[in-house]
Design a protein around this ligand. Structure first.
Ligand SMILES: [Zn+2]
Ligand SMILES: [Zn+2]
Length: 334
């Protein structure tokens, strides 16, 4: 901790422009010893006055660094960022205002998990406008919490990006056995689309989609083994990214994935804040009641233990499919 504290003191000597520049350079592949001090510094300033006039500056910093925070940040940095963002969402979220809507709400229909891309205006917005309205700042704080720790925050406007809904439609043709596009190409595209350092939501979504489609890939409907090879390779590469975080659920709390059509929808809805809000709506989460403990523990969708089991099941189906494929080939040759 000693060296971390020293660097934190150093960063306070930076001007806001210099700090903002440093935040923009923090990304998923940043080294912890460079990124954690910036996160801790920013979170400390936000936590000191989470409903204050400067809160939008520090929220913007944590949003800018959320790509790093959603991958493998230091534990202390992650905890501090989440606490500060939650405190800001609480302190700012209920302040009355005269606006009918706020810019962050429009964003959720467009946004994948990469909320750190693009300009949310929090550093440059006009003081009187809706961009710096406390409710808009609170909205961004909630989006950042949801990207870093999916399903732990409420009041995210429902609506996955259009592209994700179009993926759900194409894939639903496949999982319901009436594909209207070439399933070979479609499944190979899906299998090879996982980024190197996905957010927890994107990684979970990928594995859930692979599970929803594996029965089809392993069936005799697939005539090119490249599909099976790509899916097996993709799932095998995804599993080590899960980490070994503990399972906090009771037996039976992991999602039911027996219906491939529903599982397919969840696969893409998991990959964005607005999509996860659609899942929450489906399960009847009470949007207004942040302390409601009665609702379904939806964070089970991103639980590493659940996803490890799901990946095992997927790999078993795909491997069995590959074996029948090889056996059929051998029979044809013989
Ligand atoms: Zn407002
Ligand atoms: Zn679990």
């Amino acid at each position: 901790m000693g060296s971390v504290v020293l660097i934190v003191i150093n960063t306070t000597g930076l001007t806001l422009d210099q700090l903002a520049d440093a935040w923009r350079h923090v990304h998923d592949a940043s080294a912890a010893d460079e990124a954690d001090p910036l996160v801790l510094d920013c979170a400390r300033r936000l936590a000191a006055d989470p409903g204050g006039e400067q809160a939008h500056v520090w929220v913007s910093g944590l949003v800018a660094m959320s790509g790093y925070l959603a991958w493998r940040p230091g534990q202390a940095a992650e905890g501090a960022a989440l606490d500060a963002l939650r405190a800001a969402a609480k302190a700012l979220g209920d302040q009355p205002c005269a606006h009918d809507s706020h810019p962050y709400e429009a964003e959720t229909g467009l946004l994948e998990d990469e909320i750190w891309r693009g300009d949310n205006g929090l550093l440059t917005g006009a003081l009187a406008g809706p961009v710096l309205c406390p409710q808009n700042v609170a909205g961004w704080a909630r989006l950042a919490v949801d990207v870093i720790a999916p399903f732990t925050v409420r009041r995210i406007p429902a609506g996955a990006p259009k592209y994700h809904h179009s993926r759900i439609r194409s894939l639903s043709g496949i999982v319901n056995d009436y594909p209207y596009v070439d399933p070979h190409e479609e499944l190979i595209d899906e299998a090879t689309c996982l980024p190197d350092r996905p957010t927890r939501g994107v990684l979970a979504g990928y594995l859930v989609t692979m599970n929803a489609t594996c029965w089809y890939a392993a069936s005799e409907r697939i005539t090119d083994r490249a599909v099976l090879d790509a899916m097996i390779k993709g799932v095998e590469a995804a599993v080590p990214l899960l980490g070994d975080g503990p399972c906090t659920h009771s037996p039976g709390e992991h999602p039911d994935t027996r219906d491939p059509d529903y599982t397919n929808q969840a696969g893409y809805l998991l990959r964005s804040p607005g999509g996860r809000a659609e899942i929450a709506e489906y399960y009847g989460w009470d949007e207004e009641d942040e302390d409601d403990q009665e609702d379904e523990p939806l964070d089970a969708w991103v639980c590493p233990a659940f996803l490890h089991d799901l990946a095992d099941e997927t790999l078993a189906a795909l491997t069995a499919g590959l074996r029948s494929f090889e056996a059929a080939g051998a029979a044809a040759e013989g």
